[in-house]
Design a protein around this ligand. Structure first.
Ligand code: MCA
Ligand code: AMP
Length: 502
């Protein structure tokens, strides 16, 4: 039986010459496919020596670097389950993920080790190792003396490869379990849909801890033997300077609005790029149009989610329609359904439901929640609301879930409301998304105070920054007399949104 580990597929499709460049770093140094295989082998040995066994979770909260990519690949290689964590998460948030996932090994930044050691102990994590942005730390030290050869662990397509935590409407994060088969089918579908070849050079400026930067970007490159220019974080002027060498760029809409704010971003400076791809959040039609008239090329918008990787995409060849996310990717099925989970005719708006080899296995240790999110006939409820046009393009017109997407990061209001409600003097709170020129949407909050209570907005924001990842912290916290409610007593968030958007 062939090995269905996703890394086996990657290695099968890797360039024959191990010296072929996989990634270029900001300092100009390069890492070849062969060097990446050797580094991920060393790390896989080091993780095993630290106590990890196949099937164990390896959690990581590390800066973006070639070594961080090697750590992900090492987990696939060793048959471990990779659990990436946003570097913005504060210790209380990390404590939840460690407690829920019970990883055998936790890799963190050296500077946050002191703050995270206690929660790792509490969660009974076997070993804590460190890795910094330059690829140094106790993990690197342990890996340095290991063999540069490690076989790819045998895995079945249905075996777990990665857990990606996504926040939820209840305020409690759920771990989406992605299998080797999910990664393989989605990666191959994207290579085909977007025409990736070994001649491509991807400008990779996305973070490495979410589906967009970790899977979509890396997998397109790895499965086509291409190369990438790896930026630690997104800086529009640095991206612009590198476009002359790139053939593809991927980003969230904020990346493109920031690029358009650069006077030097012209047809000429973009002429080497064959494809600009946007996703993770709605691309405003104004941005789509401005880009097209300035650069003479339409941004390709696609739609995805942590539970299913990429779902639909506008076409590589053919019309890219602004305000839509295109058609289902090869092998994926998408339907727009009514409240009884029955498919609606073209042109009608309803719940977006999906099925296919890209759809995840379920939420980690939440069988009930998993059951709720699937229909009786096996379709996954995305929580997005949309409609197909006569040509098969899907438009996302809203969300049934109470979700804010700020700069491509998801924020569930409930989680922020629970924090606000713990503050002295706060009786109740409501959190909404308001339009933001840079992040698309930004988080805004309203609090109702008990009689006589005082409130210092700046102090509250500063306090929240110690408890929540920075992008979740409200940009404004408004004090209001009462939360607007409908006849059923439900908070009317649309009223607050309208009020705070002015
Ligand atoms: C940073 N800040 C933000 C955000 N990012 N505020 C709201 N929303 C944000 N996204 C705030 C910080 O709190 C800080 O505020 C100030 O901005 C500067 O922080 P810094 O880190 O320097 O900001 P930046 O480097 O300019 O980051 C903005 C960014 C970044 C480049 C847009 O957020 C980003 O890379 N986003 C991409 C997210 C992504 O990869 N999403 C994919 C998810 P203060 O100074 O007050 O502290 S995967 C997904 O959604 C699905 C599967 C899909 O379809 O892809
Ligand atoms: P995540 O939970 O981070 O995986 O985010 C997934 C959610 O992001 C989806 O359910 C959508 O609501 C949203 N999303 C992703 N891509 C797009 C897009 N192109 N347009 C609108 N929303 C998007």
């Amino acid at each position: 039986m062939t090995n269905e580990n996703f890394l086996a597929l990657v290695e099968h499709r890797a360039p024959r010459d191990p010296a072929a460049v996989l990634l270029e770093q900001e300092d100009g140094t390069t890492v070849s496919y062969g060097e990446m295989a050797a580094l991920s082998s060393r790390i896989a040995h080091a993780l095993a020596r630290a106590g990890a066994k196949p099937g164990d979770r390896i959690a990581a909260q590390v800066e973006k670097s070639a070594a961080a990519l090697a750590l992900y690949l090492a987990c696939l290689r060793g048959g471990f389950v990779y659990l990436p964590l946003n570097t913005a998460y504060q210790p209380a948030e990390v404590a939840y993920f460690l407690g829920d996932a019970e990883p055998a090994v936790f890799v963190c930044r050296p500077e946050s080790r002191a703050a995270l050691d206690a929660c790792a102990r509490e969660a009974k994590v076997g070993t804590v190792l460190t890795l910094d942005a330059a690829g140094h730390g106790t993990l690197a030290d342990a890996a340095a003396t290991e063999s540069s050869v490690h076989p790819v662990a045998d895995a079945r397509s249905d075996d777990l490869a990665v857990i990606i935590y996504t926040s939820g409407t209840t305020g409690r994060s759920k771990g989406a379990m992605l299998t080797h088969g999910n990664l393989a089918s989605n990666g191959l579908a994207l290579v085909e849909a977007w025409g990736f070849t070994a001649d491509d050079v991807l400008l990779h400026a996305l973070p490495l801890f979410h589906v967009h930067g970790l899977f979509v970007a890396n997998h397109c490159v790895l499965l086509s033997g291409a190369r990438m220019i790896f930026h630690r974080k997104y800086d529009a002027s640095v991206a612009l300077a590198n476009l002359a060498r790139a053939t593809v760029m991927m980003g969230v809409p904020t990346y493109y609005t920031r690029l358009l704010a650069e006077p030097g971003f012209t047809r000429e400076s973009a002429s080497h790029v064959r494809l600009f791809i946007s996703g993770s959040a709605p691309l405003l039609i104004e941005t789509f149009r401005e880009f097209e008239s300035r650069i003479g090329m339409a941004i390709l918008e696609r739609y995805g989610m942590s539970e299913a990787g990429m779902i639909t995409s506008n076409p590589l060849h053919g019309e890219r329609r602004g305000g839509t996310v295109g058609a289902p990717l090869p092998g994926n099925e998408v339907r727009v359904a009514d409240a009884d989970d029955r498919a609606l005719p073209t042109g009608e708006t309803g719940a977006i439901q999906i099925r296919g080899p890209n759809v995840f296995k379920g939420y980690w240790r939440m069988p009930e929640k998993t059951r709720e999110e699937f229909t009786a006939d096996g379709w996954f409820r995305t929580g997005d609301v949309g409609c197909f046009d006569a040509d098969g393009y899907l438009a996302i017109v809203g969300r049934a879930k109470d979700l804010i997407i700020s700069g491509g990061y998801n924020v569930y209001p409930k989680e922020i409301e629970l924090e606000l409600d713990t503050l002295p003097g706060v009786v109740e709170s409501a959190v909404v998304g308001v339009p933001h020129p840079d992040f698309g949407e930004a988080v805004a909050a309203a609090v109702v105070l008990s009689p006589g209570a005082t409130f210092d907005e700046a102090a509250v924001i500063a306090l929240l920054k110690t408890r929540l990842a920075n992008y979740k912290v409200p940009k404004r916290v408004h004090v209001i007399d009462d939360l607007p409610r409908n006849a059923m007593g439900k908070v009317q968030k649309a009223v607050l949104r309208e009020r705070f958007s002015r």
